[in-house]
Write a protein that binds this ligand. Structure first.
Ligand code: NDP
Length: 483
């Protein structure tokens, strides 16, 4: 495919009237390509095509949808190495993580291939004699999907797969920072035998194309992952249009490190959760709430582990931490380092820009100690390889700190105490709880989402995804009496 023809609308690849460049964040001299930007007319074309395509797709039946999703999933898994290479080059996560992402994207499709067949309804007895009732799930219709750059193939996969499984049409606006990954996934979907218009991918800036997409009354539902501010704007627009919404946004995930934990495991899990994916994960552990009895030793060991991480080119063997996504993100991260120090936190290690052989956005993983929960670095999502240690004198104090946040996506505890683990599971305000595990790292077949400003609307993933991607229909039938 000609890279300029990077918009997939109504069953065909299209040029735009302008293009953007995608460059490798590990090496700015590595130009990945030029990618078309959709015009308003092209977006309208995609929306009209999707409305037409959706009816034929629903009519095609579950076996057809199952087969298509299986094909997509199997191809993603079979080509995980090659697709992982694209993700690592464009997004900057180390190659092993990037391959894992591509494989995981395939698992979302094969899982939802199964859900196509499991889309069963209910029968109910009526309170009126001679009347029967059934409750069935039908497609919501046209789903707009808006995804971020940090999981450029997996996040759209966990939205597109259920949308298609339940008979909907999709107009997907990926992040402009990762267009090559979006094109790679779209090529696999576009090769399937599906009605024109069922799947459309339009690249363009969020503020223009994204905004026009969410404002369209032709859209029945919007699934968004990204920042809180953009999410709030989308929610306001959607509510004015009565459009169904599902949003995954920011986080400030707490991880409690208790005095009875396996300290070595706690350091491994905290390092993994804080710095995996260069800290650019909504599930990253950004607040480490550590019991005072083990605080100093934990901080020393964590700093040693952070300093030992190999930061470098995402495609280089042995790299554990790739670059951050962009110059803007790096500048924002360094500004948070300054802000943390200005507010009185102690920078134990990292927090500086690193030079490597290639010109990339490398940053040394940072650990702040001596932080208070009300500091900016503990309140705002940084999306950076920066983690903050907060000291607590007891489990109860640690739990109270964990819950003192506008967010509530994931929360973890490191403890050998079953009663503490159990109490934490029941009382922490979060959508996902991890006991003796990193806060990041979730399965593909169970619900994912959070509370407060982290999420809004029905959960994503697993069989619960049906709540968002379908609408219920209740039918009453007067059975009558045979002649
Ligand atoms: P944004 O929320 O700006 O972008 C997410 C997606 O929304 C992108 O596809 C973007 O398009 C699109 N978008 C932007 N504005 C609009 C709009 N008005 N209407 C519709 N769509 C829109 O996040 P960023 O990528 O800019 O990242 C900024 C910060 O957001 C990060 O530093 C991090 O804190 C947070 N974030 C959180 C994520 C999470 O999973 N919790 C994921 C990503 C970001 P485009 O990129 O083309 O402008």
């Amino acid at each position: 495919m000609n890279q300029n023809q990077s918009l997939y609308i109504d069953g065909c690849w299209h040029d735009g009237t302008s293009t953007i460049e995608s460059r490798n964040p590990s090496d700015r001299s590595d130009l990945i390509g030029h990618f078309a930007q959709a015009t308003a007319d092209q977006l309208d074309h995609a929306l009209d095509a999707a409305r037409r395509g959706q009816e034929s797709w629903w009519a095609a039946g579950v076996q057809k949808r199952h087969n298509v999703l299986m094909e997509i999933g199997n191809e993603l898994m079979a080509r995980a190495d090659e697709l992982g290479h694209i993700i690592a080059r464009e997004e900057g996560k180390p190659l092993a993580e990037a391959k894992g992402e591509a494989y995981r994207a395939g698992q979302f499709f094969t899982y939802f291939a199964g859900e196509c067949l499991r889309n069963q309804g209910d029968l109910a007895e009526s309170v009126r004699l001679g009347v029967e009732i059934d409750v069935r799930r039908e497609p919501i219709g046209l789903v707009a999907i808006i995804s971020p750059w940090n999981f450029p193939i997996a996040t759209p996969a966990w939205k597109i797969a259920p949308a298609l499984a339940f008979g909907n049409a999709v107009v997907w606006k990926p992040a402009n920072l990762t267009p090559a990954s979006a094109v790679a996934l779209s090529e696999i979907i576009a090769r399937q035998d599906i009605p024109a218009g069922v799947f459309n991918m339009i690249l363009g800036s969020g503020r223009e194309v994204g905004q026009r997409l969410v404002e369209s009354p032709k859209v029945d539902a919007i699934s968004f992952t990204g920042s809180v501010d953009v999410g709030r704007g989308i929610a306001a627009t959607a509510i004015a249009n009565m459009t169904k919404i599902q949003m995954e946004m920011g986080s400030k995930n707490p991880m409690l490190i208790m005095d009875d934990c396996d300290l070595e495991l706690a350091v491994v899990n905290a390092t993994n959760a804080a710095f995996g994916g260069t800290g650019q994960k909504c599930t990253a552990a950004s607040r480490l709430i550590v019991h005072s009895a083990i605080h100093d030793e934990f901080v020393d060991r964590l700093a040693a582990a952070a300093k030992a991480l190999k930061v470098g080119h995402a495609l280089e063997a042995g790299t554990q931490i790739g670059p951050v996504i962009s110059e803007g993100q790096l500048a924002q991260n360094l500004a948070y380092i300054d802000k943390g120090r200005a507010e009185g936190a102690e920078l134990v290690c990292g927090g500086t820009r690193l030079q490597r052989e290639t010109d990339g956005y490398f940053m040394a993983p940072a650990v702040f100690a001596g932080t208070r929960n009300n500091m900016t670095i503990n309140s705002e999502e940084m999306f950076a390889p920066i983690t903050c240690v907060i000291k607590a004198d007891s489990y109860s104090e640690a739990l109270a700190i964990a819950n003192d946040s506008q967010f509530g996506l994931t929360a973890g505890i490191m403890t050998r105490s079953l009663s503490r683990a159990n109490h934490f599971r029941s009382n922490v305000r979060a959508g996902c709880v991890m006991v003796n595990l990193p806060t990041a790292g979730t399965d593909y077949h169970v619900p994912f989402g959070g509370r407060g400003a982290s999420s809004y609307g029905p959960r994503e993933q697993g069989r619960y995804a049906a709540e968002f991607y379908t609408t219920l229909k209740t039918t009453y039938i007067a059975a009558g009496t045979p002649e």
